[in-house]
Write a protein that binds this ligand. Structure first.
Ligand SMILES: Cc1cc2nc3c(=O)[nH]c(=O)nc-3n(C[C@H](O)[C@H](O)[C@H](O)COP(=O)(O)OP(=O)(O)OC[C@H]3O[C@@H](n4cnc5c(N)ncnc54)[C@H](O)[C@@H]3O)c2cc1C
Length: 321
């Protein structure tokens, strides 16, 4: 077995950003794995994504047209099983998304392969494929190998790996799959229901002003929202602020929120710096932390820190902004 198979993800006619990120992750280890890099697109409109997934470094694009208009886990699993049995890749990469998760584990079991989910690091150590994911609520990083497995299936975390870019010169192949084994389905697509939007994109924001439980009350949110607007920052928050309903979940930074991938400046106001919060922001180049507790862990990752009251700090910023 050799080579890597990337499973492109798309929904309602749009290719998901994670597809190019999966290719980027695959390219970073392609030389170690050996063999080619293939991308498979399964769906009624699979052909419409041909150019978008034909990225530099991709050797083969496989298009699998199916009758189903929408993602169907049983169809996707069956199609992938057939392709993997024929192509024999060593590694299969899917998105760590609702769709990816509904297929990946079952696929690994059917293939007798290894399985690692929510991977945020991938590499080779002593010639062995190694994946990194977190455990115990983000308190530890775990490095995993799947020795002696014919194939390893992984779901990769979004907005984590550098997306591949540039036009490729992949060989194109259209594949028909026998879907008779899944003709009798136990589930069917009913409808999409849009999640209410927060209107913010933490992953894309370059400057985030983030508030934690230290702001003490929901009634203080408008003041910090206004301050963020005046400074040209996106308003972020810690989990308790989102869990309490003070801000939409879309503002949450951290393990179960969003990773501030593109952020250059992060101001943490009244945030203690729990590992799960740090997960989403500790990589940022410039972090300014304001906290009344001089021992708050946020100061361990801060570039500049102020042991002071958030309201006093906000008042000073309001005067100059
Ligand atoms: C599985 C799991 C996933 C999680 N995912 C996330 C996640 O994605 N994001 C996340 O943020 N958390 C997450 N958490 C929760 C996390 O463990 C912490 O509980 C949370 O980050 C704490 O939020 P906080 O810092 O706002 O609150 P606290 O820990 O209560 O800290 C408040 C801070 O404000 C300071 N403070 C109080 N008053 C003032 C004042 N007037 N001026 C200045 N400072 C003041 C205090 O000294 C304190 O340090 C997760 C937990 C688990 C178990």
């Amino acid at each position: 077995m050799s080579g890597i198979l990337v499973v492109a993800e798309h929904m309602r006619g749009k290719l998901a950003d994670i597809s190019a990120e999966l290719v980027g992750a695959a390219l970073s280890i392609k030389n170690h794995v050996g063999g080619g890099l293939s991308v498979v697109v399964i769906g009624k409109d699979a052909a419409s994504f041909e150019k978008q997934v034909n990225l530099a470094g991709v050797d083969k694009v496989m298009l699998v047209p199916v009758e189903e208009e929408h993602f169907d886990a049983a169809v996707t699993e069956q199609a992938l099983c057939s392709i993997i049995e024929k192509e024999q890749p060593e590694l299969v990469l899917l998105a760590h998304s609702a769709s990816g998760l509904s297929v990946a584990a079952g696929l690994a079991v059917r293939l007798g392969g290894g399985f690692v989910s929510d991977v945020f690091g991938i590499g080779f150590d002593n010639g062995r494929l190694r994946a990194t994911r977190s455990g115990y609520g983000g308190k530890v990083n775990i490095e995993l190998e799947c020795p002696d497995k014919p194939v390893v299936v992984m779901t990769l975390r979004g907005a984590t790996f550098k997306a591949a870019s540039g036009d490729g010169q992949a060989q194109l192949q259209e594949i028909g799959i026998d879907l008779a084994p899944v003709a009798k389905r136990r589930s069917r697509h009913v409808e999409y229901i849009e999640a209410p939007s927060s209107g913010v994109d933490i992953g894309k924001a370059e400057f985030i002003l983030s508030v934690g439980r230290g702001i003490q009350d929901e009634k203080n949110i408008p003041r910090f929202q206004e301050l963020a607007d005046r400074l040209g920052a996106t308003l972020g928050c810690s989990r308790p602020v989102a869990d309490s309903g003070w801000l939409h979940k879309g503002h949450q930074v951290g393990l179960t929120g969003k990773v501030a991938v593109n952020c250059k400046l992060y101001i943490a106001l009244g945030i203690s710096g729990a590992v799960q919060h740090l997960h989403g922001m500790k990589h940022i180049e410039t972090i300014i932390a304001i906290n009344t507790d001089p021992n708050a862990p946020i100061f361990n990752v801060a570039t500049h820190g102020g042991v002071m009251d958030v309201f006093e700090f906000a008042g000073a910023l309001e005067k100059i902004s």
